[in-house]
Write a protein that binds this ligand. Structure first.
Ligand code: G3P
Ligand code: MG
Length: 245
């Protein structure tokens, strides 16, 4: 059992606008071992990094990601909502991100945002991008949508996947296994010792989101979960250092 890996959730999203290059660069600078990011598809089928289906919250645009081409989305300001310091920051494509990520000594979690809109072919499109950039061997692909997990394994059974959930159910580990998922990603309130044991017995990694509070970080380290997703990777690293002593 290795140490709990720290994934920067949407990048170092407490310090910079989520899912943008500054947030990813700050995560790398902080020493996070991994990055988690969310993928949606544009009207012209370009995978882009943005959490919401709608542009309203994190850009100066209106309406849905899927109704705009990538060239249209690139013109939007995806930073000012966070701070005027980031007014020149835009939405990036998965390809742009991977060009940078490829050179980082980090692991990756791509979350397919298919729980609200089931973007046609998103699994294939994302798979091809990861393959092209040769990062499949250090990527886990997750989704709240079971169909995305199944479809990903139909494309290539060797891809590492994780079923993502915030819903408590007794047979969670069995259910995730039945989908073919390799790992389980859960909301922090579902975490208990029993689940950690069940996952490890089933040879699955267990990762927890979103872990921003010191008490929850400590609980995760104590229970030896495999990874946490945090908006504050620098703090999580510091607490992990203290815990290891
Ligand atoms: O992948 C973990 C976590 O990001 C799932 O929830 O809403 O933050 O994408 P959300
Ligand atoms: Mg996410």
């Amino acid at each position: 059992m290795n140490k709990t890996l720290i994934y920067a959730h949407r990048g170092a999203s407490k310090l910079a606008p989520e899912n943008t290059m500054p947030a990813f660069e700050l995560a790398a600078a902080a020493g996070a071992e991994g990055i988690e990011t969310d993928v949606q598809l544009t009207k012209d089928n370009v995978p882009v990094l943005i959490h919401d289906e709608n542009l309203r919250r994190t850009t100066n645009g209106k309406g849905f990601v899927q109704d705009y081409t990538y060239d249209q989305l690139r013109l939007l300001d995806a930073g000012s909502w966070f701070s005027s310091k980031f007014s020149n920051v835009g939405i990036i494509s998965l390809d742009e991100f991977l060009q940078w990520f490829q050179k980082q000594a980090m692991v990756l979690n791509i979350e397919l945002k298919t729980n609200v809109i089931e973007y046609k072919n998103i699994e294939r499109i994302v798979y091809e991008a990861l393959k092209r950039h040769q990062v499949l061997d250090r990527t886990v692909i997750s989704s709240f949508n079971s169909n995305s997990i199944i479809r990903m394994h139909e494309i290539n059974p060797a891809v590492r996947t994780a079923f993502l959930t915030s819903t408590k159910r007794r047979d969670l580990v069995e259910y995730a296994k039945s989908l073919g998922a390799n790992d389980l990603h859960i909301k922090h309130r579902l975490l208990d010792k029993k689940l950690v044991k069940q996952c490890h017995r089933a040879n699955m990694d267990l990762r927890i989101y979103t872990v921003n509070r010191p008490n929850m970080m400590k609980k995760c380290y104590k229970l030896k979960v495999d990874g946490i997703f945090t908006d504050v990777p620098y703090e999580a690293l510091e607490y992990r250092g203290l815990h290891d002593k």
